[in-house]
Design a protein around this ligand. Structure first.
Ligand code: FUC
Ligand code: CA
Length: 860
């Protein structure tokens, strides 16, 4: 085995993979040198672990190990003693006096100006339709901050140049990172994981000889501004650090908003001695093995308007302390077992085989070979499957029930000045973070998103009242909430401080698609009734009041509008109209399912019918992005990274293979946008080309993404590092394999030539059907469909109407052959159906017989 040399130093339990793995390097990111100790090293080379609440990035330094620590709620901004009037960024006096001397929200005045044909006034009034500017960093927009670093300073003379067999890795089967090397004939091993069930980070140090571990353990809060724009990011903090009985306690608060934080790090030695040092570090001398347990928390709570748990310093400390004490009692083996059980239960649900062979070269080298075209096919597949599964890994690591959702950088920040504040952007980014959650069988990782969007309702009502004049009160409770391009965990729902990037009310209808899809995939009606429908309904009610009649067409339009992030300012656009259409589509379906609000359903159906657009084809044969667009490029920029006018194709349902004319126009628009773009934008293009049904185009986008959008640690880069593109890639691959948004399961929907042979299991289609597939020479040989909820299954594949369907007992299942290569059959909950004997696509004009006859014919 070529790769055996790199595994000799790892301890046995680290190498024991889930049963699927056939090879040490299967789904393993690995490198032969440490990440450089710098921001650049963090961004491109460090390896991320996390449990939704906490994140850490392992550098793997030889003499000095650095583990960057993150806690998802450590945010500056929001309510503060220094900002008694914090109001989520809303400008409270956002009203103007109209010609009649009456106060009206600016939005209304802009609409009136558009209606009068006075676009100059409309344009200039848009400049007022903003939130509070927080360029100076004092109004409370805030930053996701870095907690700090754990440093392990080893007391030997090992350096990068006098050791051998150095390997650090991240194993996606075990969600564990290790560092291994050989120094002076001793094998040293470090292991790191963050457990969700126990909410602690566990570090284990071992060596092949006793008494070899001597080091100082240090937790260093991040009290530096960090590089980047010269703003006040609120990084400053006061804290105390003490060590006692091997426990390092850091306790303090952020100066900006008085947010309390506490971390406790317990150092446990086997053999040797342990000493508390005066500066709050812990020294270990001559130990055989060391286990370090870390837990971090803040007193943040996603509860408007205070956003605090109300805990005292002592109560917060006690909460963290309990985690560490419980984990210490449980011990390393027990912690590892719980971590693996929890993580693998989710991760192992989806398996993808594209004929890959795990490469025997380090991941950064493989990436290079992939990009310069010298990697053999099987290694190309290896990297493609790895990036796909990495997106699933990153979801599980950055978004778990009870945590805030995954932000622009998941749960990782390498300093206090993260790009775009590492916030929640909703004009594409947060949506993309959750595109793969359901189809790749990790629905529970989307719960933080659903909770978070729900938490925007209360502050969002204030924004709706101030900006759109739509008020929620006792008479009209839950009368509509608004949020825009960017928001924070402190309910910042105001538009941004510049209209042109900041105004985007349709961001909420858009993110509600991610919320609604939880129901579509899981079929959990009760959850939908309690949690999802009320959100959709409130938004539908908002738009009942916000839509106005377009003076030219008499249709309903939301105005003003701005296509992210290139405008221009118009009276409605395709972005907003198609998202509003989809929101009504989903809320109507939801209301019918829960059997509520018949009057509303009628009203919403009328509104939906009267919507301007949503999709129009222009003179250049493209999907128009603006209704006043003449030829391609006559408004806005050609080739722009955002594809907001194509949201009806993906993730929406307005344009599909079933609307060929619109689909053709969408292709013109897609080609106009081009392949080369920023990381997330290429992620979006993969999904969109997959919906076109063009697997080769989608595949070529994956190659382009690898070339210019993937860093050596396989994080996606915009640039800089932005995690959405990772999730976009994973979702895109799932869309290439199977689609289910058009009322049926479209099997092998967009297979590229490069993936001619393969198999998969565990892909989820809407209706909670779990799909397995096997294919050879691009021809399906077998489908399995497990019906998790029962109900009718409609599946589409070429010649599927001539195949054989059997249940798990081998009984033939009677199906109806439908038009357009579809079949339909009733399913029993928890039963698995196998579809085989699918005639190859070469078959000429298959005669459609009734099912029984076909099955009999094929059996004899
Ligand atoms: C959107 C994009 C940018 C960037 C930012 C975080 O506004 O247009 O490219 O990804 O989000
Ligand atoms: Ca949909």
């Amino acid at each position: 085995m070529l790769f055996s040399t790199i595994s000799t130093t790892a301890s046995a339990d680290v190498n024991s993979k889930a049963s699927k793995a056939t090879n040490e390097n299967d789904l393993r990111l690995w490198y032969e040198s440490p990440a450089e100790d710098s921001y650049n090293g963090w961004e491109k080379w460090s390896l991320p672990i996390g449990n939704g609440y906490m994140g850490a990035s392992v550098f793997g330094g030889v003499n000095r190990e650095r583990v960057q620590l993150n806690e998802k709620t450590l945010w500056s901004g929001g309510p503060s003693a220094s900002r008694p009037d914090y109001n989520g960024g809303n400008i409270t006096s956002n009203a103007i006096v109209n010609a009649n001397g009456v106060n009206v929200p600016i939005m209304k005045a802009i609409q009136d100006a558009f209606a009068r044909g006075d676009t100059a006034t409309a344009n200039s009034l848009c400049n007022k339709l903003t939130g509070v500017s927080d360029d100076a960093g004092v109004k409370g927009y805030g930053y996701f901050l870095s907690y700090g670093n754990m440093y392990l300073d080893f007391k030997n003379s090992a350096t990068a140049s006098n050791i051998t067999d150095y390997v650090r890795d991240l194993d996606l089967y075990t969600a564990t990172s290790t560092v291994n090397y050989k120094y002076d004939n001793v094998n040293y091993n470090r292991e790191y994981f963050i457990s969700y069930p126990d909410n602690v980070m566990v570090t284990k140090l071992s060596a092949s000889e006793g008494g070899k571990l001597s080091l100082d353990v240090n937790i260093e809060p991040d009290n530096t501004r960090g590089g980047g724009p010269n703003t006040n990011n609120g990084y400053g903090r006061t804290f105390t650090k003490t060590s006692k009985d091997g426990l390092i306690t850091v306790a303090g608060k952020l100066t900006d908003n008085q947010l309390k934080f506490n971390s406790q790090t317990k150092v446990i030695n086997t053999g040797g001695t342990i000493t508390d040092l005066a500066d709050g570090k812990v020294n270990v001398t001559n130990a055989d093995e060391v286990v370090i347990i870390t837990s971090i928390a803040t007193d943040y709570k996603n509860d408007y308007p205070k956003y605090r748990t109300g805990e005292s310093d002592a109560e917060l400390a006690a909460r963290v302390s309990k985690k560490v004490i419980d984990a210490t009692k449980k011990g390393y083996a027990g912690l590892k077992e719980s971590h693996l059980a929890d993580y693998q239960e989710i991760f192992s649900r989806f398996d993808l085989d594209l004929g890959q062979t795990p490469s025997s070269i380090a991941t950064d080298k493989l990436l290079k070979k992939y990009n310069d075209g010298t990697a053999p096919e099987s290694e190309q597949r290896d990297l493609e499957v790895m990036l796909f599964q990495y997106g699933r890994y990153l979801s599980i690591a950055s978004s778990r029930d009870g945590s805030l959702p995954s932000s622009l950088q998941g749960v990782w920040a390498g300093g206090n000045n993260s790009p775009w504040h590492a916030d929640y952007h909703m004009n594409v980014n947060l949506q993309m973070n959750y595109w793969p959650s359901y189809s790749t069988n990790m629905a529970e990782t989307a719960l933080p998103l659903i909770d978070y969007i729900e938490s925007l309702r209360e502050p969002g009502r204030v924004t709706a009242e101030i900006y759109a004049g739509i008020k929620s009160d006792d008479e009209n409770p839950e009368n509509g909430f608004m949020a825009h391009t960017q928001n924070t965990p402190f309910g910042w729902t105001a538009p941004g401080w510049s209209f042109d990037w900041g105004w985007s009310p349709a961001a909420v209808p858009w993110i509600l698609q991610n919320v609604w899809e939880y129901y579509e995939y899981t079929g959990d009606v009760e959850f939908m009734r309690e949690k999802i429908y009320p959100m959709l309904k409130e938004e539908a009610v908002l738009y009942e009041q916000m839509l106005i009649e377009d003076p030219e067409t008499g249709k309903l339009v939301c105005s003003p509008a701005y296509s992210p992030e290139h405008g221009p300012r118009t009276n409605g656009n395709t972005y907003e109209q198609s998202l509003i259409w989809q929101m009504y589509e989903d809320v109507i379906t939801a209301a019918k399912l829960v059997g509520e609000d018949p009057a509303k359903i009628e009203k919403w159906e009328n509104i939906q019918k009267k919507l301007k657009g949503p999709i129009e084809i222009g003179t250049s044969g493209k999907i128009k992005e603006w209704y006043e667009e003449t030829t391609l490029g006559s408004l806005g920029q050609k080739g722009h990274r955002h594809m907001s006018h194509l949201l009806g194709l993906f993730p929406g349902d307005l344009i599909s293979v079933d609307t060929p004319e619109l689909l053709e126009a969408a292709k013109v628009s897609l080609n106009d946008r081009g392949d080369q773009s920023t990381g997330w934008a290429m992620g979006q293009r993969i999904n969109t080309w997959a919906r076109v049904g063009d697997g080769d185009c989608a595949y070529s986008l994956i190659r382009t993404l690898f070339k210019s959008g993937i860093l050596t640690n396989l994080w996606d880069t915009h640039s800089p590092f932005q995690i959405d593109g990772n999730f976009g890639m994973t979702s895109g691959v799932a869309e290439m394999l199977v689609q289910s948004n058009m009322g049926y399961i479209n099997l092998m929907a967009a297979m590229p030539d490069k993936w001619a042979n393969g198999s998969l299991s565990g892909l989820i289609a809407r209706g909670n059907f779990e799909i397995g597939m096997e294919w050879k020479d691009k021809q399906a040989t077998k489908f399995t469909i497990t019906s998790n909820n029962g109900g009718e299954c409609i599946a589409k594949y070429e010649n599927i109407g001539l195949s054989i369907v059997k249940d798990s007992k081998g009984n033939l299942v009677n199906y109806k052959a439908l038009e357009n290569e579809k079949i339909s059959f009733d399913t029993v909950k928890c039963e698995t159906y196998t579809i085989t004997n699918i005639p190859g696509s070469k078959l000429e004009a298959p005669i459609k017989l009734n099912t029984i006859e076909v099955q009999i014919m094929l059996l004899i």
